[in-house]
Write a protein that binds this ligand. Structure first.
Ligand code: NAD
Length: 282
């Protein structure tokens, strides 16, 4: 089946970026959230980001206008009954996603693929809530979506080869680079990245070095564009803690123990850039 129209569920940081890249590649997009103000905020962001791409000459003004015109917003989930593919990018809470997958399974045509952009929830578990587990898959984009090339394509235990190939091809059509991954906690990206950030926090907690010094080591010695503590502040320390807990409980290995300093900072409401204070002050 040729995919022409796409449903994007959740219009936050990731959902607006995902809607942007699908529309830019010629797909009609139905962008869905729970309140009109979230949809309006997403449209404002997409408009600004498309504008920036046009001003840099990455797309023409006509392409910008056409892409924007392909995005339709709604708070009515039933509008997804006609789309050819759905990607869910709602809040990272199992209760929200499990209800959504049950609803999407009921609303969407039985032949279409239901993908999720989750960073840490089991694809296999979400798939098991539907009558089409072979058509459920992870399609994990990176922030900012219009810029970052990678898409982790994550097979749940029941995901069919056909589903995997369709999503891999879709990622290529979006001018992204798909990488195949199996469904384990944290997939590859967070399983490898988060313990690095967590260890950098242990180094600060144990007085090995200041946050500035740890970040300098990674920028100058390993050519990372951003040091691990700057990156943790950017991602959000609460998000980092949630992911460490998913790794710790999902893999059952004490090596994923969250750094006590991370726990303390989250308790204090020091969540990084978004709260004005993390390892640095903003
Ligand atoms: P966000 O908080 O910015 O946006 C989530 C949106 O989902 C909100 O607008 C919220 O109103 C909406 N929502 C909640 N319940 C809904 C429902 N039932 N139906 C429709 N919309 C609903 O979150 P985000 O950062 O965009 O993350 C979304 C997903 O993407 C999560 O699963 C997250 O793990 C994943 N992710 C995030 C990043 C990142 O860097 N932020 C990177 C990769 C993957």
């Amino acid at each position: 089946m040729e995919i022409k129209s796409v449903g994007v569920v959740g219009a936050g940081t990731m959902g607006n970026g995902i809607a942007h890249v699908f529309a830019r590649s010629g797909y009609n997009v139905v962008l869905c959230d729970v309140e009109d103000r979230f949809l309006q905020r997403a449209l404002d962001t997409i408009g600004k980001n498309l504008e920036r791409e046009a001003s840099k000459g990455k797309i023409t003004v006509e392409q910008k206008d056409a892409a924007f015109g392909r995005i339709h917003t709604t708070i009515d989930r039933e509008a997804l009954a006609t789309v050819d593919f759905v990607i869910e990018a709602a809040t990272e809470k199992f209760e929200i996603k499990s209800q959504l997958f049950r609803d999407l399974d009921r609303i969407c045509r039985p032949e279409i693929i239901l993908a999720t952009n989750t960073s840490s929830i089991s694809i296999t578990k979400l798939a098991a809530l539907t009558k089409r587990p072979e058509k459920v898959i992870g399609m994990h984009f990176f922030n900012p979506v219009p810029v970052m090339k990678l898409v982790e394509v994550i097979r749940g235990l029941a995901t069919a080869q056909e589903t995997f190939e369709a999503v891999r091809d879709l990622a290529v059509k979006l001018e992204k680079t798909p990488v195949e991954v199996n469904d384990f906690p944290g997939f590859v990206s967070n399983r490898v990245l988060m313990p690095l950030l967590n260890e950098a926090m242990f180094a600060v907690m144990e007085g090995v070095a200041t946050p500035e010094a740890v970040d300098e080591v990674f920028k100058l010695g390993m050519a990372h564009p951003m040091g691990p503590l700057t990156l943790a502040d950017f991602i959000g320390l609460d998000v980092c803690l949630d992911i460490m807990r998913v790794l710790e409980s999902g893999l059952g290995d004490p090596k994923y123990r969250p750094c006590p300093l991370l726990i303390k900072m989250v308790d204090a409401g020091w969540l990084g850039r978004k709260s004005g204070r993390g390892f640095y002050k903003y």
